[in-house]
Design a protein around this ligand. Structure first.
Ligand SMILES: O=C(O)[C@H](O)CO
Length: 324
């Protein structure tokens, strides 16, 4: 009987994925839910594997590929982000790569909405007033007053799948205008009547600035002192994309000094953010632990699609969701 292919999985995988892989493969899984160590990654593939399942930030680079050996046919990342993969090197070796766009769009858009509402309606301050004391009253009519979405200008940096899904969810709130910036105008912008503008114009005119773009070599630290200085003092900044888009020292200064009103971050650098990180001391900064795709539905769909990508790659078939 031919031996079953070996798959190394660099973090615990939801049941929909692991069960599927187990039907046809011998699966080795990094045993904890914490980020895999570099040594864990190297040891996991050492001796040769037929497939790797991973997730950012688990790096798959030359060293990992060399240890995985000539049998490696396919890499399935359970993410839409690809920054952990050395794609040119992987391609050079003829290894197929699958990823999981689309299935996490709704979940990530919902998370963006959650942060938008949590920051605009000051929920963090409200929760702590309820639980830790200080539950105020009417307070001259202005106790814990927030900022309304209705009538606002919303700027979306990166009107891709997730950006569009956010705009569609915001439309019924009565947003007065959507602006977006990016590399090029998008035909689907007309679905939400969004106007393509320069990044600076978006910063200057938006009441809410939402980062939905994927990370690339050009946009590291895009949201820096210069960018925050162009925003309205009443602006709220939301990031559900990647922490590296933001210069966190500059964001801290902008929030602390009142240069912008508030921020909602689902991503940070590093993750997890250290216990004593200055951003955690700010009541106008709501931080969640990278929960964008964290719904049971999305995670199971991501795991299942990843497993299907891997199984197809092992059989030499076209992947259901190949990296373009
Ligand atoms: O890249 C992604 O898919 C998300 O960040 C998943 O967690």
């Amino acid at each position: 009987m031919a031996s079953r292919p070996i798959v190394f999985v660099s973090r615990s995988l939801p049941p929909a994925g692991i069960n599927l892989l187990n039907t046809e493969c011998d699966v080795r899984v990094w045993p904890t839910d914490s980020n895999i160590t570099r040594q864990g990654m190297l040891d996991g593939v050492r001796g040769g594997v037929d497939a790797i399942v991973c997730h950012p930030p688990d790096k798959v680079d030359t060293e990992v590929l060399d240890l995985a050996g000539y049998k490696l046919k396919v890499i399935g990342t359970m993410s839409v982000g690809l920054e952990h993969l050395d794609l040119p090197e992987i391609r050079k070796r003829g290894i197929k790569v699958g990823y999981t766009p689309n299935v996490l769009t709704d979940a990530t858009a919902e998370m963006t909405m959650a942060l938008l509402l949590a920051t605009s309606r000051r929920l963090q301050e409200g929760f702590s007033a309820v639980h830790e004391g200080g539950w105020g009253t009417w307070g001259g009519g202005m106790y814990l007053c927030g900022k309304q979405i209705t009538g606002s200008v919303v700027g979306i940096v990166g009107l891709g799948r997730i950006g569009l899904a956010v705009a569609m969810r915001l439309q019924p709130f009565g947003v007065s205008q959507f602006l977006y910036s990016g590399n090029s105008a998008k035909p689907w912008a007309s679905d939400v009547n969004a106007k393509f503008v320069k990044f600076d114009t978006l910063l200057q005119q938006s009441d809410f600035v939402i980062a939905c773009c994927s990370m690339n070599a050009q946009n590291k630290g895009l949201f820096n002192k210069d960018a925050f200085s162009k925003m309205k003092d009443s602006a709220i900044f939301i990031n559900t994309s990647r922490g590296v888009l933001v210069n966190q020292e500059d964001l801290y200064d902008a929030l602390k000094s009142g240069k912008i009103l508030a921020a909602g971050l689902d991503v940070a650098t590093p993750e997890p953010l250290p216990k004593d990180h200055p951003l955690k001391t700010l009541k106008n900064c709501v931080i969640t632990p990278h929960l964008g795709s964290a719904t049971t539905q999305a995670r199971n769909l991501m795991a299942e699609l990843t497993a299907k990508n891997v199984l197809a790659g092992l059989k030499g078939e076209a992947l259901p969701s190949p990296v373009p």
